[in-house]
Design a protein around this ligand. Structure first.
Ligand code: MRU
Length: 354
C-alpha cells in the first residue's frame, strides 16, 4: 500500500500525486508555506490526507517561530492556522485537524515553547497513525454491505493516497477483498484531474483487485444495464442532516443510482462531519482554475479564450445516500437523529478524535 506522507529530518515528504501513476516522486516540504502550496496545488489531496498534511504543516511551521514567550508563539501559531484553513475550503478534515492543533497549544499556556513544539509534532504523527486505524475500522464496518461477486462503482480517489493509508471507500473495497469476496471495481476517470483513472486504478491494480476504467459519462449507461451492484464514495464534508459534499459528479451518480435501485454508500471518518451545518447547501464549494477544464492530462484541448467553469465538489442530498460508513458504525436514514446518536456514543477508538 502506497504511503502518502511522512516526516523525516525536519522535512515533510509528500508523494506527489500530480505525477502518479507514471512517476513516484517525494515532494520535499521544508517550510509551512511549502505544505500550503502542496495542498493548494493538489500534490496531496483527499479530505483525510489534507487534514494530516495540515497538522504536520503547522507542526513544521511552529518550529520556525523564534520566541520563548507563549503569547508571541500563540499569536504567530494562530496566524499560521488561519492561513492553513484557507488552503482548500471544502474538506472538513482540514479545519478539524487545524482546530485540534490549536486546542493543544491553547491548553499548554503553562509549558515552555520547546515543549509545545515537540508536543504538536508528536500530535501530527498521532493524527496520521490514528487515521490509518480509523480507515481499517471503516473498512471492517463497511465490508458487510458488499455482497460476494459484487461489481462496485467508485468515483475519484478515496484510497490510501487520499488518507493516512488504507482509504475510506477503497478501505471498504480492500476489506471486502481481504475477506475473500470476489469483487470487481468500475472506476470512472473523474475529470478534470483524473483521480479515478490515475490514482484509484493504480491502487486497485497494486492490490490485484480487478478494475475497469470508464469515462465519467458512461456510469448511467452501466447502471441501467445492471452492470453495477452498488456505488461507494468518500466524502469531503457531511452536514448534520446527512447531505454530503464530494468530488464533482457524485450527485449525478447518486441520483441515477436511486432511479435504478442501486445502493449508494458513503464511507467517511467522524472528522469529515460538520455538525455546525444544518444542511449541505451551507458547505463551501471550491472552484478551481477554469484551465483544468479545458485541458486533459496537462494539454490544452479547448479553443483559445473559451469560457470554462470549474466547481470541484457537489452536494449529494441525504435522501440519495443508502448508508454512511464510519469508524464507529454504519448509519442510515433518518440521518439527523442517526448522526446525533453517532456523536453521542462513547465507544472504541477515536472518541477523542471527534
Ligand atoms: O479534489 P480532491 O481530489 O481532493 O477530492 C477528493 C475527493 O473528493 C474524495 O472523494 C474525498 O476527499 C474523500 S477521500 C477519502
Amino acid at each position: 500500500m502506497i504511503q502518502t506522507i511522512k516526516w523525516e529530518k525536519n522535512c515533510i515528504y509528500i508523494i506527489d500525486q500530480r505525477k502518479l501513476p507514471g512517476i513516484k516522486e517525494w515532494l520535499v516540504c521544508r517550510t509551512f508555506q511549502d505544505v500550503i502550496a502542496a495542498i493548494r496545488e493538489m500534490a496531496i489531496r483527499g479530505a483525510p490526507a489534507i487534514g494530516v498534511a495540515a497538522a504536520m504543516g503547522l507542526a513544521l511551521g511552529s518550529q520556525s517561530i523564534k520566541t520563548e514567550k507563549y503569547k508571541t508563539f500563540m499569536r504567530r501559531f494562530l496566524e499560521m492556522a488561519e492561513r492553513m484553513k484557507l488552503a482548500r475550503p471544502t474538506a472538513a478534515n482540514l479545519r478539524w485537524a487545524v482546530d485540534r492543533m490549536v486546542k493543544i497549544v491553547e491548553k499548554m499556556s503553562d509549558n515552555n515553547v520547546e515543549e509545545i513544539k515537540s508536543t504538536i509534532k508528536k500530535e501530527s504523527q498521532v493524527i496520521l497513525e490514528r487515521d490509518i486505524e480509523i480507515n481499517f475500522r471503516i473498512g471492517h464496518n463497511g465490508q458487510g454491505l458488499i455482497p460476494d461477486r459484487a461489481t462496485i462503482l467508485t468515483h475519484c480517489n478515496a484510497g490510501a493516497l487520499a488518507t493516512g493509508g488504507y482509504g475510506t471507500a477503497l478501505g471498504v473495497i480492500r476489506a471486502a477483498n481481504e475477506a475473500g469476496k470476489n469483487i470487481r471495481v468500475i472506476v470512472d476517470e473523474t475529470r478534470p484531474l483524473l483521480q479515478g483513472v490515475r490514482l484509484t486504478a493504480f491502487e486497485l491494480m497494486e492490490e490485484n483487485i480487478p478494475v475497469t476504467v470508464i469515462v465519467d459519462s458512461a456510469a448511467g449507461y452501466l447502471m441501467r444495464k445492471k452492470m453495477i451492484d452498488l456505488i461507494i464514495t468518500g466524502a469531503d464534508r457531511i452536514a448534520s442532516n446527512g447531505d454530503m459534499a464530494n468530488k464533482i459528479g457524485s450527485y449525478q451518480l447518486a441520483v441515477i443510482a436511486k432511479e435504478n435501485k442501486i445502493p449508494f454508500y458513503v464511507a467517511a471518518p467522524l472528522s469529515t462531519f460538520d455538525l455546525d451545518l444544518k444542511n449541505g447547501d451551507l458547505i463551501p464549494i471550491e472552484e478551481r482554475e477554469p484551465g483544468e477544464v479545458i485541458s486533459f492530462a496537462g494539454h490544452i484541448i479547448g479553443p483559445e479564450g473559451v469560457d470554462a467553469f470549474n466547481p470541484v465538489f457537489d452536494i449529494t442530498p441525504a435522501k440519495y445516500i443508502s448508508a454512511i460508513i464510519t469508524e464507529r458504525r454504519v448509519i442510515k436514514s433518518p440521518y439527523k437523529s442517526s448522526i446525533r446518536n453517532l456523536f453521542a456514543t462513547e465507544d472504541v477508538i477515536g472518541t477523542d478524535m471527534k
